[in-house]
Write a protein that binds this ligand. Structure first.
Ligand code: CAA
Length: 380
């Protein structure tokens, strides 16, 4: 077992760190306050290859491994969790899903611009009445011969307003339950497709989360991904990888809050000494460091297993479950260490605490991760 990162992985980590410090840090508070999408920053992320990191260069990607992706995600999320989720959805849910399961024509048309970061994508599974219970899709796609007719509403869609291409999961045959679900590529601007209201969120306020409405949208037959009835298995497989992305986002939020807390504790004096010299603070920092290191190991393990072509349903869920809990615990303690300063925006940790919460909710709540893990261990 080799715990050392390769030269290439270290370079990617450094590049992401530099990008986060120079391009994301200035303006992150303003974007959070004003719910402003990081347009320019996302464009630059595309130019640097961060939006199609694991995609084969022949499809416009950077051709890197999943461990490099985790490293870059951590560095980006350390500074701006909103930019990180844009990156995670585009890489893990959209590009990865297309690269593995789309037809060659679909790849040329959709994956190439997405992997190059010329456009971004969205993954549309959740509905007003189907979040965790993903088989209960109410959105329908009726087979009309040469096209499907898509009707329904999707909720809480990351990149909902700014995406150009959307992977939409819909029921094509209710009798067949999850075997009657398909995934389609839908383009912004098609007749009957309306981007609905933008959500006013607790955290990740720089990212855009929308509901989407589809009314008699004609989706060409060739835009279905995979064989008829493959949509649910497609969504599950894609989400397994997506969970590594969100776990890394959570890891980044936690390590960002820890680094700020450590720095603050070394500078801030109380009772005639730097507060790091008080065990009440030092023990909090020790706990953070241990928990973050453990979360990082789970992320690396899941990513390494993905690169080795292994089943990552369990390891991805474990990484997400644990890292999101660590993000929540660490950011709460980071605010505590900062005292009154922690409660104001300028010191970043209150935003991190708000941002952390979503990592326990999207791409499967913590409870869903426990379902995935417990089913996996029961089979052993
Ligand atoms: N990996 C691969 N396949 C899986 C799987 C997994 N983790 N979980 C289930 N499947 C497969 C099963 O093998 C089965 O396939 P077959 O019939 O071919 O054998 C099929 O899916 C149905 O399985 P279940 O009967 O176990 O399905 P279920 O109804 O009990 O649900 C669940 C399983 C794990 C709870 C699933 O519904 C789930 O993961 N729900 C959460 C959905 C989710 O993560 N939503 C988040 C939305 S996306 C998002 O947040 C994006 C964003 O914008 C940030």
């Amino acid at each position: 077992m080799d715990f050392n990162l390769t030269e290439e992985q270290l370079m990617i980590q450094q590049a992401a760190r530099d990008f986060a410090q120079t391009e994301l840090l200035p303006g992150v508070i303003e974007r959070d306050n004003e719910q402003k999408f990081p347009y320019e920053q996302v464009k630059k992320m595309g130019e640097l290859g961060f939006l199609g990191m694991m995609v084969d260069p022949k499809y416009g990607g950077a051709g890197m491994d999943s461990v490099s992706y985790v490293l870059a995600m951590e560095e980006i999320a350390k500074v701006d969790a909103s930019a990180a989720v844009v990156m995670s959805v585009n890489n893990s849910l959209v590009c990865a899903g297309l690269e593995k399961y789309a037809s060659e024509e679909q790849k040329q048309k959709y994956l190439v611009p997405l992997a190059k970061g010329e456009v971004i994508g969205a993954f549309c599974l959740s509905e007003p009445e189907a979040g965790s219970d993903a088989t209960s899709q109410k959105t329908t796609a009726i087979d009309m011969g040469d096209h499907y007719l898509l009707n329904g509403t999707k909720n809480w869609i990351t990149n909902g307003g700014n995406a150009q291409y959307y992977i939409v999961i819909a029921q094509t045959d209710v009798e067949k339950k999850h075997k009657g679900i398909n995934a389609f590529i839908v383009e912004k601007g098609w007749d009957g497709f309306v981007v609905g209201k933008k959500e006013d969120k607790l955290g990740i306020r720089g990212s855009d989360t929308h509901s989407l409405m589809f009314t008699d949208v004609k989706v060409p037959k060739e835009n279905r991904i995979g064989e008829d009835g493959f949509g649910f298995n497609f969504a599950m497989a894609v989400l397994n990888g997506g969970r590594i992305g969100i776990a890394s986002q959570a890891l980044g939020i936690a390590s960002g809050a820890y680094e700020l807390s450590l720095k603050y504790a070394k500078e801030r004096k109380a009772f005639r000494t730097e507060i790091i010299n008080h065990q009440a603070i030092a023990f909090k920092l020790a706990d953070m460091h241990v928990n973050i290191t453990a979360a990082r190991m789970l992320c690396y393990k899941a990513a390494a297993e993905k690169d080795a072509g292994l089943d990552i349903s369990e390891s991805g869920a474990m990484a997400k479950l644990y890292a999101s809990q660590v993000a929540m615990d660490t950011t709460i303690e980071a605010v505590q260490i900062h005292g009154g300063y922690g409660y104001v925006k300028e010191y970043h940790v209150e935003r991190m605490m708000r941002d952390a919460k979503i990592t326990q909710i999207y791409e499967g709540t913590s409870e869903i991760q426990k379902i995935v893990i417990s089913r996996s261990i029961a089979k052993k």
